[in-house]
Design a protein around this ligand. Sequence first.
Ligand code: SAM
Length: 222
Amino acid sequence: MIDLEAYLGKQIPTSATYWENGIEILTIPENLTDVSFLDIGGGASDITANLLLRGANAFSIDPAYKSRSDLKGRILGQLKPENYTKENIARIRQGLETFMQSIKTNPNRYRAEFATHTSFQDNFFDYIYSINLVTAYLDIDLDTLNRAVDESIRISKPGATIQYFPFLEPEPSGSLVINTQRIKNDQSLLDRLSKDTRIKDFSVREIEFWGRKTLTLIKSDY
Ligand SMILES: C[S@@+](CC[C@H](N)C(=O)[O-])C[C@H]1O[C@@H](n2cnc3c(N)ncnc32)[C@H](O)[C@@H]1O
């Protein structure tokens, strides 16, 4: 049988969302000291690096961390003037340097792992998020989506926040067939969550600056 998640892992592009954009999307608390975070499919984003610099207990997982120099080359290869402004290219390069420095200094924080089966213990994280992975690509397959969400619930603390971005949104680069299936699977996830006693609350809201929706779950307190 094919391992669909590993197969998808090789097809899904990487990217490098930088800190200023990350904080527009995520609901990050003001005091970060000892707050534990997990970025699922972190790619070359410098969000984990910034969280660590601000005193958080932050981790990121991505199968691409197996080959770090490849990851850098893949991001640099995307920075074409036809796709980005000069300012954006400069900011992404700067974020990439912050990420490369952080992964070198804190290798244990960046783990080559998959969303559906991580090495973290039960009830570990205060905050889990995924930008442009779980509900942007893994939702192509309902079983993979459900298993990724189940794993987030397992490793988050009672009362923790889990956030996925974007949600119920077509990917501009995806085909109509794929996007239709993804949106259907996202809807199934909502139906399932409404009956799941491990979840205290969940909401879908639009993020002002981005005009795209995000899904936030609050894990039950028990
Ligand atoms: C589009 S990028 C997003 C990166 C980052 N979150 C950002 O916003 O810039 C998706 C990332 O997910 C990683 N990925 C693919 N499959 C994965 C899986 N099953 N579990 C964790 N990460 C995965 C890819 O290697 C890639 O770096």
